[in-house]
Design a protein around this ligand. Sequence first.
Ligand code: 13P
Ligand code: SF4
Length: 369
Amino acid sequence: MDDGALSFAKAAPMAFPFTPAVEAQTAPVWDKVKSRITPFEWRAHAPLIAEINRLKRKKNAVILAHNYMTPEIFHGVGDYVGDSLGLAREAARCDAAVIVQAGVHFMAETSKVLAPQKRVLIPDPLAGCSLASSITAEDVRMIKARYPGVPVVTYVNTTAEVKAETDICCTSANAVQVVEAAAAQWGTDRCILIPDEFLARNVARQTGVKIIAWAGRCEVHERFNAADIRELRAAYPGAEILAHPECPAEVIEASDFTGSTAAMTEFVARRRPAQVVMITECSMASNVQADSPETEFIGPCNLCPHMKRITLQNIYEALVHDRYEVVVDPAIIDRAAAAVQRMIDLPPPAQPARYDLVKARHHVDVEML
Ligand code: 13P
Ligand code: SF4
């Protein structure tokens, strides 16, 4: 099933009619998404898009939409779209009273931590993440006791309680930069980078800092392997293969480019390749294709079941009923905010970080916790 069909199934029942006024108002969005969404799906989506955009204005709300949202959300109602780092920066910066997080729960918590005075809503509170659920605050306390004096860098794909126990956060867009900054500041050659084992292994190949890792995995990216990439390369010899650093190192080794979701978007926008394979969540290709119609995007289509819990229908309901509000204990907020803010305060990279492929092909050991 493609990502558009899945979101259509969840968008039913249609609450508003597809009038000529709705059609005219949503025409620019339709122009972008019509290669990925069928006309009968659009007749269900367009009235909800118009209604959500009306409610946003009425309630002084913004929608922060991750790159893995389906195209009708990403292009139709997202006020700010991007990767985890971009969404976190925008949560802190925007002056709306309400943030609706079109993403997963850890992203909504990050917004709340950075903007505690704002009401942060998540359309489905069950939108989790296999990385966030792989580690607890108690685990981090145990790690710190075992490695005194070694900085703890935590991927943003974690709960606020876990962030509160750590020294500095990172995303896939800045993990190498953060690890090197933390090691320098702590005056050490080692760094704990948790909870994504594959991100940690990929970062270890990019830096001289020794990495101590946790065995968390992204359930979407761990499914790719080197044989998949070889097969794709044989079938599409001219295609550029772009991979997310949550993939196993053997996948990164075999790919042409590795970076955060924003870095992949930027690669396509800048290089305009004729054919691209995105080794990441399925909707990403749909969203980038809408802005790069001359590039042909080739499967695979791994869906993140957590991201796919967010639909136009539950975004609409979130705005109508002011639900589901994300609440974080104020004592946790202050400590988690400090870890996220240390990351945000680092100078922004000149461009979204890419992983050097020559370095990526040299094995470096990590110490597993
Ligand atoms: P990015 O930070 O690259 O957007 O990734 C977030 C995520 O959840 C990837 O699976
Ligand atoms: Fe978590 Fe992976 Fe889904 Fe991203 S794609 S939210 S890392 S499970």
